[in-house]
Design a protein around this ligand. Sequence first.
Ligand code: HEM
Ligand code: HEM
Length: 186
Amino acid sequence: MSLTNRPDRYGLVSRLLHWTMFLALVYQFVGANIMSRMGQGASVFGMVGDTWYDWHKSIGLVLLLLVVARLIWRRTTPLPEWHPSLTEVERRIAHRVETLLYWLLFALPVTGYLFVMAGGYGVRLFGVTDLPNPIGKQEWVWIVWSLHVLGAYLLLVAIAWHVGLVVRKHGFERTGLADRMLPFRR
Ligand code: HEM
Ligand code: HEM
C-alpha cells in the first residue's frame, strides 16, 4: 500500500490517521462518561478519578495534534476521487459532514483546554508533568464548558451520520466503499 492517497483509495498515512483518531475518540467518550459519573474516592479499571481526568485531557491534546497533522496531510496529498457509488446529493452532504467533523475535532480540544485553564484545574500531562496555565482563572469558564459539552454531543451526531452512510453503502448496498479506508484492505 502506498503512503500517499491514490485516485481510487486512501494511502497508509491517511488510514493510519483516520483509525488512530477513531480509537482515541472512542476512549475520549467512554473515559469522559466514566470520569464524570464515578463517585469520590472510587476507582474504575484500577484508575482513580484524577487519573481518568489526566488521561482525558492528555489524549484530548494529542487529538489536537493529530487533527492538525491530518489537515496538513490532506493538503499535501490530494484526496481520492469520490466513490462512484455516491450520488451528487450524497457527495454534497458528505462534504458538509466532513467539514463539520474537522471543525469539531479542532474545537473540542481547544474548548477543553480553555475550560480547565479558565477553571484553574490545569493539565497534568499523562499524570507526569503540569502544563503552565497562561490565562489563570476566568469568569467565562462556564461558556467554554458549555461549548465543550455541546460540541461533544454534536460530534457524536456527525460521527453517527458519517458511519451511517458508510454502513449503508458498504454493508447494505455492497458497493465496497469502506475498502478505500479500512486497514489491511487494498
Ligand atoms: C477531541 C477531544 C475531546 C473529546 C471528544 C472530549 C469529549 C468530552 C465529553 C464527551 C465529555 C463529557 C461531557 C458530559 O457529558 O458532561 C467531556 C468532559 C470533559 N472534558 Fe473533554 N473532550 C476532548 C478533549 C478535552 C481536552 C483537551 C480537555 C482538557 C485539556 C478536556 C477536558 C474535559 C473535562 C475537564 C471534562 C469534564 C467536565 C465536567 O466534569 O463537567 N476535554 N469531554
Ligand atoms: C471517530 C469517528 C470518525 C471520524 C471523526 C471520521 C472522519 C472521517 C473523515 C474526516 C473522512 C474524510 C477523509 C479524510 O479527511 O481523511 C473519513 C472518511 C472515511 N471514513 Fe471515517 N471517521 C470516523 C469513523 C469511521 C468509521 C467507524 C468508519 C467505518 C464504519 C469510517 C469509514 C470511513 C470511510 C470508508 C471513509 C472514506 C469515504 C470515502 O471514500 O469517501 N469512519 N472519515
